[in-house]
Design a binder for this molecule. Structure first.
Ligand SMILES: Cc1cc2nc3c(=O)[nH]c(=O)nc-3n(C[C@H](O)[C@H](O)[C@H](O)COP(=O)(O)OP(=O)(O)OC[C@H]3O[C@@H](n4cnc5c(N)ncnc54)[C@H](O)[C@@H]3O)c2cc1C
Length: 464
């Protein structure tokens, strides 16, 4: 294959932005392991995504194996995710190097969006590539409205715009969607640059090719070498550290594949009046942000479970947004197709379990206050359970939210991370990482908008 000025590995949330923007000035090849696109019906929100459009990873958590979804298609996880478009909070940047502050990032968060509801506010954007919209309150399904009512009865304020800088409480979810179709970064960024970017789908990169301390290209799984002036890894929080390991770059840097942080989740569920769940109700409409110990360390999201016997349940997922502890990602073999080994120690941290327990009890209170439970004893019994009983339930039923970051974290000092504040891999020239893996710690939000804004900022820093 011919050589390129720039090779971007991974066409996900970040890779689509970087390839599209760099292609304005450079000859860019974008390589993606997964297929060129999702089938039309899977672009609809609420359709489960499985291999071959997902990597099928699992994590080892407290003796349980949890699913750890990752998109594997042009668009990456932005093509398979829930389209929840929540922004990080200003304090989330406290763990980042100095030139990645909220003030640096807000202009990028504004630039990437076309906020159809609040675009005229100074802290929002209009005209950007990602449409952001919220379900109007009048259109909320009855069970969603009842959840919001339960939240306010439990003391949470109503929040019209969760993406306003100091918002709190319960309100509509900002989402990157058009109707019920998710708008991935393949649609938002890459589609407009398709005549400039060479895209190779169904092509697995095995490793980075190095010569005298410089990245000079990539080797594909079939042994083909593609020469490049610059290599940009955007393969995501699981695959980017594996690429570094297969390239011989993990041994000299102990931070590769470490510092994985993510949100841990547990659900409270109780039977509700089936009439509150219309057949065509969207899966997601309302979300609540609240605090167990540190500001907004809990996120509560209601969905309706439709059981085969015709019964309906309100399922409130309680997500721990600022977990203590960190996991790891490492290779299980040298073959590029060998799966990752991912460790997830979050439930080993007593403080994490304590905060999840508080969130689970709050969810039970909200459910009772919602007024739609078929039997209020479902909530009362939950409230009466002992701490040990709730902790046991959390251990048995918790799951992952797929917002992992940190496995190639950014740091000012080479002793503390994998990339410098310009995204350059320490000790190697011509090699950058731009994806969720460089984010030092998981933010209080879902991660797609943050990864997109990170990629925009990286392009600005490199005048791409
Ligand atoms: C099921 C799911 C639901 C989610 N829901 C939300 C949500 O509602 N809101 C939100 O904000 N965030 C959500 N997230 C998280 C968010 O989507 C991710 O944090 C974000 O997309 C990560 O972007 P990225 O660029 O780092 O990686 P990705 O978008 O995952 O992109 C990495 C790409 O690299 C490719 N790749 C990997 N290795 C190789 C290789 N060796 N060779 C070639 N290509 C390779 C992958 O196939 C993939 O396409 C969700 C994630 C998942 C998986």
């Amino acid at each position: 294959m011919r050589s390129f000025e720039v090779v971007v590995v991974g066409a996900g949330s970040a890779g689509c932005v970087v390839a599209a923007r760099m292609s304005a000035r450079h000859d860019v090849l974008l390589i993606e392991a997964g297929p060129a696109a999702l089938p039309e019906d899977l672009r609809q929100l609420s359709r489960p995504i499985r291999p071959p459009y997902d990597w099928g990873d699992t994590v080892d958590s407290d003796c349980r194996e949890l699913k750890y979804a990752r998109g594997r298609v042009v668009g990456g996880s932005s093509a398979t995710n829930g389209a929840v478009a929540l922004r990080p909070e200003p304090e989330d940047f406290d763990t980042w190097p100095a030139n990645w502050s909220w003030d640096d990032m807000l202009p990028r968060l504004n630039r990437i969006e076309h906020d159809l509801d609040f675009g005229d506010r100074p802290y929002h954007g209009i005209g950007g590539p990602i449409p952001i919209t919220r379900h109007a309150r009048a259109d909320w399904a009855p069970f969603q409205a009842a959840f919001a009512f339960g939240c306010t009865a439990a003391g949470l304020p109503y929040c019209p715009d969760h993406n306003a800088p100091v918002s709190t409480g319960v309100g509509a979810i900002p989402m990157n969607r058009q109707g019920r179709t998710r708008v991935s970064n393949a649609a938002a960024y890459l589609a407009g640059a398709r005549d400039r970017v060479t895209v190779r789908a169904d092509t697995h990169v095995a490793r980075v090719v190095l010569a005298a301390g410089r990245a000079v290209g990539v080797e594909l799984a079939d042994g083909t070498v593609v020469r490049a002036g610059r290599v940009i890894l955007a393969a995501g929080v699981v695959q980017t550290p594996l690429l570094l390991a297969r390239s011989g770059l993990a041994e000299p840097n102990p931070h590769v594949g470490r510092h994985l942080t993510d949100h841990a989740v547990v659900s409270f569920a109780a039977r509700i009046d089936p009439d509150t769940v219309p057949d065509d109700a969207p899966t997601l409409q309302v979300i609540a942000k609240t605090t167990a110990k540190r500001r907004h360390d809990l996120q509560l999201t209601p969905v309706a479970r439709r059981n085969a016997d015709g019964t309906r349940e309100l399922d409130i997922s309680v997500s721990l947004q600022l977990p203590a502890g960190a996991g790891t990602v490492s290779p299980t073999g040298t073959d590029p197709s060998a799966p990752a080994r991912i460790t997830w120690p979050f439930l080993a941290m007593p403080d994490n379990v304590r905060r999840l327990r508080a969130g689970w009890r709050l969810a039970a209170t909200i459910a009772r206050e919602s007024g739609i439970l078929l039997d209020a004893r479902d909530a009362d019994d939950a409230a009466a359970r002992s701490d040990a009983d709730v902790d046991d339930l959390i251990r048995r039923t918790h799951y992952a939210f797929y917002h992992g970051v940190g496995t190639c974290r950014m740091a000012a000092d080479p002793a503390d991370g994998v990339v410098d504040p310009m995204g350059a891999v320490f000790g190697v020239s011509g090699l950058h990482i731009v994806d969720a893996s460089v984010i030092p710690t998981v933010p209080r939000s879902n991660t797609h908008l943050l990864v997109t804004a990170l990629a925009e900022r990286w392009c600005d820093l490199h005048a791409a």
